[in-house]
Design a binder for this molecule. Sequence first.
Ligand SMILES: [Zn+2]
Length: 339
Amino acid sequence: MAGHVFSTRGQTPCSKIRLTRGLSPCSKKGLSPVQKIGVWAVLVLLLAALAAGYGCTPEKAEGVNIVATIFPAYDFVRELTRGIPGVSVRLMLPPGTESHTFDPSVSDALAVSDCSLLVYAGGDADAWAEKILRSDAMAGKPAAALCDAVSNMLMIEGEDEDDPHVWTSPVNVIAIAEFLRDKIAPLLPDDAAVNTLNANCAAFVADLRALDNDFRTLAASLPAEKRVLAFGDRYPFRYFCAEYGLTAYAVFPGCAEESEPAAADVKRVVDVIRERGLDTVFYVELSNHRIADAIARETGCGTACLHSCHNLSRADFDAGETYLSLMRRNLDVLSALAG
Ligand SMILES: [Zn+2]
């Protein structure tokens, strides 16, 4: 594969992808997937029955409780609902945790029993959301997938599926913010809350437009030979690179791979670094950057993290980092390429 050729096609709702996909890889160990779902469902029912039997069935929580599977979903809802009384947002994926192989627990399922809305990414980005969506606790509750907000899904080359990492393009996040605003508005109790939601959305969209403009200006300032990014890691940046006219070479075609990369794909990244005189090979957050380090040793280039916002470290979470702040961090990293 000579780099990644970005192709677009019509919208394929992530909910369709979700229904055809298997469970996360970690569920393949031990019990079969079907067995594991069965055991898991029984445990949920058992705990709920025990709670009811002891008269401690939780009262339906006051207010609006939104559960998000992964960080981008959490952060966008947090931006939209900022300052609205009675709205809580819960992130299911613990900070610092690898997002693809996370395996939701029984208590994670129970946590959605009083949720007003579940927000998830869709596809491989959080395939484990299937478990939550199929749980009794979610019966009749609304759910929203981020990639259902995006009209032009991109395909992962060589794999017959859409790339779910739609949020890596700030332009897509504008559509996602408006999509989520329309999902949240009916849940709110009064006009004042809806007005705050609308104002939050407008402010977030303005920040996203400024971010988009800054990335666009930076990309335009790069000489043609530098509009190439080399990744010695997973590749969740398909939408980002397509948005800003950047060509990417990566050792994996997508993001969910766990095995060793093909030697030919590593060689192609090494070759493009040498041919283009690239200064940097990128890795993604929460990576051991072992492959990027090896490529750096081989080529003499440096390494840098480009943050896909899939999840963030506990330290970044505790420091209050957001999608916007992490993407601005990326802007700084990429600005160094222009220097
Ligand atoms: Zn991913």
